[in-house]
Design a protein around this ligand. Sequence first.
Ligand code: SF4
Length: 449
Amino acid sequence: MDSEELAGRLAAGGFTLVEEPADADTVLVNTCGFIDAAKKDSIDQILAAADLKATQGVRHVVAVGCLAERYGAELAAELPEADAVLGFDDYPEIARRLRQLAAGVALGAHQPRDRRGLLPISPVARQRAFEDAGLPSPAYRQVIRRRLDDGPSAALKIASGCDRRCAFCAIPAFRGAYRSKPPAQVVAEARWLVDRGVREVLLVSENSTSYGKDLPGVHPAQLLAELSHVAGLEWIRMTYLQPAELRPALIDAICGTEHVVPYFDLPFQHASARVLRRMRRFGDAESFLELLASIRSRNPAAGIRTNVIVGFPGETESELEELGEFLAAAHLDAIGVFGYSNEEGTEGYSLDGQLDANEIAGRVEWVASLADELMAQRAEDRVGETVPILIESQAIGRAALQGPEDGIVRIEYAGNGLSQSKRRLPSPGSVVSGKVKASDGVDLVAELR
Ligand code: SF4
């Protein structure tokens, strides 16, 4: 999504975008700086792009994105293969920056700063302060965007930043305080996406349950209602709902608003009350199970996913088992399992009880293998359900209960004597109804009606 914004700004600034990095004069690498594995991937991509300077016509490699924002000059010093390391504040001027680079101007590396204090503590004072200060931001400015793929789903950022202080998370320091994108702007971008063939928008932010806290009179259910009137938009999928902030009114809105899919992305992160408190989060296994029951009392077929972090400092073996027991009781459709990554600048970094890397890897392996089993079981339980499916290609789709990383539906056609080639196949982007007849791991096999 940030890549699409940068692409839009570059196209508007007169640049020609090419498919292959090898064909470019300048390669922009949009990096991720969240956890160690993502950082390593980003650095590998910068190095791979830099290799093209020797073998192809690439002249410059520029790092942007979260890793660049978070480490700025430090990254530039350690990675001279990158010709420039730019921060979020450079985005509105990205075309000018690249022109300067092409003209031989040394851009100087971005100097990171803790962005949490840039806006007032009071959320409602932020929009005005933001305008007064003229602070640039990918989330707030009029979005200029260029689609980089032609699939029927697209992410739509509804807010940026986070006011929470989870002990393992570096995001608030480099993304800054929470700021919502005004509903009219979200709706305009949804229309823009629909005009370009999108049928499903994934509403993304660091914490979608907080949406509207800085905009008087605005709340997430209202945004969903406004989006439900966008003609041509089949599915609206809200992601990253903070479990501690999920109120009954929003559950009602997700289960009861036309075109909003009954899907709950709830990053519980753990189930032990003690570990959660050390993480500076709230809840425990019991309250999470109550939340799931409350969702299922409204829609028993709702899709539910979570992420968990394993190996947080001080996590005991019995707390790990507690997490396993919770996952077994929760009947979730998708479970993402991450090993704790000790990030500089977070509270977790200096906590006692740090586990060694091998211990964390062993715990991840145990929970991930349990999660695989539980997800496969949940998918099997879906056999017999009739589900709406968004067709992504002719034989592949995604059910409403599946987010983009939660598995797929393989389409089969009810036997009617016609060979498949003679049947009218639903086109990508259409929503059809199918009966689940089998499962394969997390994936479903459905017969079209
Ligand atoms: S709510 Fe999410 S983004 Fe915010 S601090 Fe916690 S983990 Fe990080």
